[in-house]
Write a protein that binds this ligand. Sequence first.
Ligand SMILES: [Zn+2]
Length: 374
Amino acid sequence: MRIFNRSGTLFIGGVAASLFLIGCQSTQSSRVEEVEEAPVASPPVEVVTEVPSEQDIVRSGDAEMRELEEDLLLRKKTGDEKARSLKAIAKRLNAKLERFPEEKEWKLSKEGRTLVLKENSRIAFLDGIKVFLDRSLKKSGAYWSLGESDEKIILEPVFGVSATVSQVSTVVIDPGHGGSQDGTKNESLGVLEKEMTLDVSLRLSEHLEKAGFKVVLTRYDDRLVGLDDRAKMANGLKADLFVSVHFNAALNKEAKGLETYLLTPAGEPSSSSSEPGGDVVAYPGNRFDAANFELAYRIQSSLLERLGREDRGVKKARFRVLKSLDCPGVLAECGFVSNRDEGLLVSTAGYRERVAQALADAILEYAKSSKEES
Ligand SMILES: [Zn+2]
């Protein structure tokens, strides 16, 4: 409460609030006339919305208060309720924060984990793996700021202040496309995405069953299953995890590498969008934002380790298959069939087996972390 004592107006607000409380007590003792006389005209709610001036902050010697003030000031300056001061975040998480001016980078570290942030960019590196933030690290007045969703979904779980993962016993694997939907293709190599995804999913299912999980695929043969039906199937089975397997393609034949998607948090822009904001509505799948990130990160990291391909990052998109899930879920893009070299790799059983192993490793690690936490 000390914040209220440093500025005259705020302090008066505090007095008004006290009188208001006295007034309320009076009502209970039926002395109604005093309530009418009490100076309740400035309701205490206004006090809370007041923000200390910059001078107040300079005078403040109290680090804890200063953090709160930095966040408040930042929100006032930017008009952005979701802006969070990077320094304040680091303090809250008890993480070390370093700036590298020449590289225009910041590094947060704690207990062997590091997050490298780039100034004016949404791209960050978590223990060397590329991750897309919802908001760029940007300077507002005297402070560098990040977004609230990135703090909640990435920084807090990574630097150990919140548990995100729940127990896993049933896993639903979703081989992308099928039936009349071929997905992407490389005609010269004769590669159809729907065949590649089914093959990887069957292999993955074998690995997971061996490890003791109950595994169900959304399709076991070449048939069309609606996107909503895939999520419904997982929900009906009370799945603990959902992984959709895909391969990529692009008009630019040079494009290659691996990327893993989670559902974009409510009100935030997807990774492919440069516009701020996005669907404000929270989908059922958004209940698991932090777990979705954890799973996507583990899968991306494991795919890179097993396959050694280019890191295109952990990204966010509002994929329909992820929106209505009742459990954590992600969508993995396991290589570009449109790229000559990668397409050739994808067409080999050896590559697809390594994809399956990588996905299995990641799911096992994810499930193990839930056991450690519980
Ligand atoms: Zn696909």
